[in-house]
Design a protein around this ligand. Structure first.
Ligand SMILES: [Zn+2]
Length: 295
């Protein structure tokens, strides 16, 4: 009897372990919002690595630890070859590179309002794709499908996690939709055109002017006057900027307009599966705080 019990227990042990949702896949994600979506899919199975944070997604300075993580990884989730340009250089062997921009409908990049240069943006796409909850849900499905194929044993759990994460995003998006509902006609200016997907999803108006701090640093007097006139005529009270450095220049534009920082990658947000929801909620609250203050 004791023998039977022992073999029964050992069978249970084996069964438990084969369904214990552990995986030794080494998964790397490039930026915090993508990392968060991946972490929500791998919850309880494995923990994805996030590259060391940098201030901007547009100039990623890889640390030696990042390079070695990318080197030794099995799967890399990232936005696009044109955003994280370094990813391609780590392609080798069976390593899977997953470009999540393929899972969404890309919008064309918008021209800057007062650029002195002729920008050839016809072929350029806006790669701030994660700021639309719809895109985030598609990215989750792509992450879950990819991992289920590579790690079949855990496919059920990946799927279950993906469905749960999608539901949470829906709930958060509904909440934000209600909160921003009264501000759809508010006019504003952005100094970094990162919010197109967010604006479209939540029905905010198109920005009255799209500035680019690098290019507009030498904005001519005539453009400056035009911008001031527009701000007055359209009663623009909000200038949304994406970092502290950006905020220096636009202050000279208007005394009664407020500068508010929107953070597209959640620099101050704790990484993890909840980070994505915090990032979009944070942007929503910052839009709202300026609109409310300028009623
Ligand atoms: Zn950007």
């Amino acid at each position: 009897m004791r023998h039977l019990l022992a073999s029964f227990l050992s069978l249970l042990f084996t069964l438990y372990h084969s369904t214990a949702f552990s995986s030794n896949l080494k998964i790397v994600a490039t930026i915090k919002p993508v990392h968060s979506l991946v972490a929500s899919v791998t919850d309880g199975i494995s923990k994805p690595l996030l590259l060391a944070c940098t201030a901007s997604v547009h100039d990623h300075a890889l640390k030696p630890s990042d390079a070695s993580n990318l080197e030794s990884s099995d799967v890399i989730f990232y936005v696009d070859d044109n955003l994280e340009t370094f990813v391609k250089t780590f392609a080798r062997g069976n390593k899977k590179l997953v470009q999540l921009s393929k899972a969404v409908n890309l919008l064309p990049a918008r021209p800057h309002s007062f650029s002195r240069h002729i920008i050839h943006i016809q072929d350029e796409k806006d790669l701030h794709i994660w700021l639309s909850p719809e895109n985030a849900k598609n990215m989750i499905l792509s992450i879950s499908t990819t991992l289920s194929r590579i790690d079949k044993e855990n496919s059920y759990k990946y799927n279950q996690n993906a469905m749960r994460a999608i539901k949470k995003i829906d709930q958060e998006a509904e909440k934000i939709t209600r909160e921003l509902n009264g501000f759809k006609s508010k006019k504003y200016i952005v100094t970094h055109d990162a919010y197109q997907y967010f604006e479209k999803y939540f029905g905010l108006s198109h920005p009255s002017a799209i500035l680019s701090i690098e290019e507009d640093a030498y904005m001519g007097m005539r453009s400056l006057m035009k911008l001031r006139k527009m701000m007055k005529e359209e009663n623009i009270k909000c200038i949304f900027s994406s970092s502290q450095e950006d905020s220096i220049k636009p202050k000279s534009l208007s005394n009664d307009a407020k500068m508010v920082i929107l953070d597209p990658i959640g620099s101050d947000i704790e990484p993890g599966k909840e980070a994505y929801l915090a990032i979009i909620n944070d942007i929503a609250q910052n839009f709202k705080s300026c609109f409310i203050g300028s009623q």
